[in-house]
Design a protein around this ligand. Structure first.
Ligand code: ASP
Length: 336
């Protein structure tokens, strides 16, 4: 007996450790910084390093929330805030220019287990549109506010930082507008709608320790857009959607993402048909959207922490932290 007891104690503590490891809540996070023509030749080594560093910072910000037991909603907000504040993505600072030389920003958030959602479209003075989208969800009886009305709602929320519209300017985006105007003068499409143009929207999907999923997406839309064009990003079910099983943030040619209800279609395939997340995301992004003539990518996450990041463009800025803690960032199609 004297010799058996230590062995028993060891076995029992091993069993307890294994049970504890199994009980450890699983969190996961996936982010994107837009899909499009992102080719090695087009990105300087310095730009590439800076983009990867921004993606890492966004992962860190979201993951810090998840690791301290915070909500998926707070995590996706934290990640998207980093990307909105970086001038390298088409969201917040660094957003593209519309045809009239202004910036018109769209964003949305959604919480899967409650199906609560908030969105804003065409805002011009809100430094971080993701925060206003969340305020719409939490402090208004509505889901989506646009233009002057969204600005008036922002006036009622002192915590929402405001900036002059020119604050979003960057030289790179101004050059993109000039190129688009030249194309337009030459009789080509004013909005660069040829397949695979560079987009740059940002988004995040997270799974928290409570098993809840949330998603956020933010964008400046498309260069040279006219007539208060609104893309898929703030449209719940198109560029942004979450339910109890799944969350999706899209990036791509918004007109097609709206028509195909991309984010909802991916989650519906998982929820109603029991499709594996990767299969559902792949089918919608690589078959449904291209069959209509559109292109882009999406990030998706399910309740088990499975992650999918399909895209049909040369690249998609992306980053992930899986439930086992493994993480990475990638840009081109041949990485991961
Ligand atoms: N989907 C966005 C839009 O059409 C653009 C993007 O993803 O970069 O507004």
């Amino acid at each position: 007996m004297r010799r058996i007891r230590p062995v028993l104690v060891l076995l029992l503590s091993l069993a307890a450790m294994t049970a504890h490891a199994q009980d450890k809540p699983r969190t996961a996070l996936v982010i994107h910084g837009g899909a499009g023509v992102i080719e090695r030749s087009a990105l300087s080594a310095e730009d590439e390093r800076a983009v990867r560093a921004d993606l890492e910072r966004a992962l860190d910000a979201g993951n810090a929330v998840l690791q301290r037991g915070g909500t998926a909603l707070d995590a996706v907000q934290a990640a998207v805030l980093v990307l909105e504040d970086s001038p390298r993505f088409n969201a917040g600072k660094g957003a593209v220019f519309a045809a009239d030389g202004s910036h018109q920003l769209d964003a949305a958030v959604m919480e899967g287990h409650t199906l609560r959602a908030g969105a804003v479209a065409g805002v011009t003075t809100v430094r971080n549109p993701v925060l206003l989208a969340r305020a719409v969800m939490e402090h208004s009886p509505h889901v989506m506010l646009a233009g002057a009305g969204a600005e008036a709602f922002a006036d009622t929320r002192p915590e929402i930082a405001r900036v002059p519209n020119t604050w979003f300017d960057t030289e790179a985006r101004r050059r993109q507008l000039e190129r688009a105007r030249e194309r337009e003068r030459a009789g080509q499409a004013g909005i660069p709608t040829e397949r695979g143009v560079y987009f740059g929207t940002v988004g995040a999907v997270a799974l928290d320790v409570h098993g809840h999923i949330a998603v956020a997406t933010s964008t400046g839309g498309m260069t040279n857009k006219k007539w208060n064009r609104i893309g898929d990003s703030p449209v719940i079910g198109a560029g942004t959607y979450a339910n109890a099983q799944c969350g999706v943030s899209g990036t791509g040619w918004g007109e097609y993402y709206i028509r195909a209800a991309v984010a909802h279609d991916i989650c519906a395939r998982v929820a109603y048909r029991g499709d594996a997340l990767a299969e559902a995301a792949e089918e919608v992004v690589n078959r449904v959207v291209p069959a209509l003539g559109g292109d882009g990518g999406a990030i998706a996450l399910d309740r088990e922490g499975n992650i999918a990041m399909p895209f049909n463009t040369p690249g998609m800025y992306r980053g992930w932290i899986r439930p086992d803690g493994s993480r990475g960032v990638a840009i081109y199609a041949d990485e991961d």
